[in-house]
Design a protein around this ligand. Structure first.
Ligand code: AHR
Length: 664
């Protein structure tokens, strides 16, 4: 081999400890070679998505912008969330229960107003640990009512903890005959308040029935009436996720079959959607949440619409006739499975069917005659054992016959290894499953050690959906403090392995997505919210960077002829984006020392003179983002490209995304 050839080879293949960056003393320089002319496996547009579940007040009290808790008096205690103000005489307020009135929502209030002045008698709703009110925003108060004896005026007031009224409106209850009427009034908030309450004063002399007492901000996502919290949806839209998985998660299974998620009960007019207890209400004895119910104001139509709004593929997960095996493990017997399978078949019609089909019409009547373009569906969540396989096989048989165009996702249980996983994984592969859903909630060390997990997976057959994962710090870290930079960096390292194996892994989503700082059950989570603010964790920043830089094809990237999966605590992957012509390299330094890396592109003659580097890091590995301070966020800079090479300083605990333009 000639001398200059040898030097070239050395430059690309060996850690060149003598080539020390001036700014990085005593650091061994690593050389990563990216074969820019060898695009390999396609990266699916669905590669990085989001997992939504109504846990941690994700829906009611979260994404669903309704501010009134227990608006329809259907909680087990029908007045939970409400307090009565003023002296109540016998019979002044009754909770009535009539399925003749509404089968799904039978409770309502019957109120007698006996010569009361404003401020003498009324009701206050506490919201979801207080209502977040924004100055100058218009609020929409509405209520269903039926006038018994005319003469009642209803005053609605937004009140701060110190008693200041920051928004108010009134209506005189008109005669309604035997029927019900809905009244809406609007007012603009005069101040910001994170913890307001809604008080209703009933004035006059008469009687009134009331139900569905509701308050929404006007500035919802896309300004849709009674819609979703715009700041929370924006966080998702900013990620440009490839899919939205919904509605979970264990909530799909329910503690028992009666408590399972049934999509048909979540569509149509909100007042006809049957409320049920949220299974996370009582799941953890150390974090009981007695006021956690599912109103289904955020139901399947809204989930599909959300996915469409943010350009993501919808991925519903349905119950397969099995309740949560950590709880009751109730099973629908095989000869009673048909309604569950029919729900799945009907869901395809709801999402994709013509507007004049039975379920397509429900969608059209809700305002969306066009299809939602459903292409995949999950059968069961974290179910396991031969009972699962038996049911999964029947679902597959019938769904593939009815809808061969729909790809099916099946569960590999709760853990990414062990006999339970092995049995499901092997059996589902033999059954030619389209996707196998793997879950891993593991330590940061596990994520680092498993960056090569998919390097030896079968290249054909079932594809992997990394459907739920998060690096979990030890229990010494609680709540949002579990969302450390270190955990996020371990996830970033692991994601290089998913990306490198994009022929095997087609989808991935961190879980859970949202958590309310006021009332959470599970941590860590991707995004924390309070009544007025949202904050993306370091893990959010990682997911977003991967999603926004996913590219279209994997490029071979090697260090000393090997994939970079932990040598010297470094992890890396490279992709090509055929839409922009860019080459994107992600390098993670999960170590505690600065590293220096040269990224050498081969197979191209001319790359642009500079590249964009986006870095995510902080000095302390246990740094977290808070509502008031976001130390872990991407920092963008420009770096020179010389002779198709870029040299970088890789900070400890850092994700570095390098984007090199290679326009012809
Ligand atoms: O993401 C939280 C929970 O973790 C999900 O509901 C469940 O699928 C998993 O056990």
């Amino acid at each position: 081999m000639k001398k200059n050839k040898l030097i070239k080879k050395w430059r690309w293949w060996l850690p060149a400890c003598s080539l020390i960056l001036a700014a990085v003393p005593a650091v061994c320089q690593q050389v990563f070679t990216v074969q820019a002319d060898k695009p390999g496996a396609a990266i699916q547009p669905t590669m990085y998505g989001v997992f939504f579940e109504d846990i941690n007040m994700g829906a009611d009290g979260g994404l669903y912008a309704e501010l009134v808790k227990n608006r329809s008096f259907e909680f087990d205690n029908p007045l939970m969330g409400w307090t009565v103000n003023g002296k109540k005489d016998e019979g002044d307020m009754l909770v009535l229960n009539s399925t003749a009135y509404n089968k799904a929502n039978p409770h309502y209030l019957h109120i007698r107003v006996n010569n009361r002045r404003k401020g003498e008698w009324g009701l206050t709703n506490e919201g979801f640990k207080g209502m977040g009110i924004r100055k100058d925003v218009t609020y929409y108060f509405s209520a269903k009512y039926r006038t018994g004896k005319p003469g009642v005026t209803v005053h609605a007031e937004l009140v701060t903890p110190s008693g200041e009224v920051i928004g108010a409106g009134s209506f005189a209850a008109a005669p309604t005959g035997a029927g019900w009427s809905t009244k809406e009034i609007t007012f603009t908030a005069s101040a910001e308040e994170p913890s307001a309450k809604l008080t209703l004063w009933l004035e006059g002399n008469g009687s009134i029935d009331m139900d569905m007492i509701s308050l929404f901000p006007g500035n919802t996502w896309k300004n849709r009436p009674k819609g979703l919290r715009a700041d929370m949806v924006q966080m998702l839209a900013d990620m440009q996720p490839g899919f939205v998985r919904f509605p979970g998660g264990c909530i799909v299974e329910g503690r028992n079959l009666a408590n399972r998620f049934q999509w048909k009960k979540t569509v149509g007019p909100p007042e006809d959607r049957e409320l049920i207890i949220n299974r996370w209400n009582t799941e953890f004895s150390h974090r009981l949440t007695p006021d956690y119910f599912q109103s289904f104001g955020l139901g399947f139509f809204e989930y599909f619409q959300l996915a469409e709004d943010i350009g993501a593929a919808p991925l519903p997960i349905l119950n397969c006739g099995m309740a949560c095996q950590f709880n009751t493990a109730e099973l629908a017997p095989m000869d009673a499975l048909q309604p569950y399978i029919q729900d799945a078949i009907d869901l395809v019609e709801f999402a994709n069917g013509p507007a004049d089909s039975k379920w397509g019409k429900v969608r059209a009547d809700m305002g969306h005659p066009a299809p939602f373009h459903l292409t995949m569906m999950g059968v069961g969540n974290e179910n396991w054992g031969p009972q699962y396989i038996e049911r999964a096989a029947e679902f597959a048989h019938q769904l593939k016959a009815a809808h061969p165009e729909i790809k099916l996702v099946f569960s590999s249980g709760t853990d990414p290894d062990g006999p339970r996983f092995n049995y499901l994984n092997d059996t589902l592969r033999k059954m030619n499953a389209d996707f196998i859903d793997e879950h891993y909630y593991r330590s940061p060390e596990w994520f680092l050690a498993n960056a090569g997990r998919y390097d030896h997976y079968p290249r054909n057959g079932a594809k992997v959906f990394a459907g739920e994962y998060a690096a979990h710090e030890s229990k010494d870290f609680t709540g949002a403090r579990r969302n450390t930079l270190r955990a996020a960096i371990a996830e970033a390292a692991f994601l290089t392995g998913l990306e490198r194996n994009a022929d095997v892994v087609h989808m991935a989503s961190y879980a859970p997505l949202f958590a309310s700082a006021e009332q959470w059950q599970w941590a860590p989570d991707l995004i924390w919210v309070n009544s007025l603010k949202v904050v993306g964790t370091p893990s959010y920043q990682v997911q977003k960077l991967y999603s926004l830089n996913k590219g279209t094809h994997v490029l071979p990237l090697h260090q000393g002829g090997e994939p970079v999966k932990g040598q010297d605590s470094l992890y890396a992957s490279a992709v090509f984006d055929k839409n922009t012509g860019d080459i994107i390299v992600k390098i993670v330094n999960a170590g505690q020392q600065v590293a220096a890396g040269t990224i050498q592109l081969t197979g191209i003659n001319k790359a642009a003179g500079s590249a964009t580097l986006t870095t995510l890091t902080a000095n302390d590995p246990v740094t977290v983002n808070t509502f008031d301070e976001v130390p872990v966020q991407p920092v963008v800079s420009t770096v020179p490209v010389r002779q198709q090479a870029v040299t970088l300083r890789l900070a400890p605990n850092s994700l570095n995304v390098l984007r090199i333009s290679n326009k012809k």
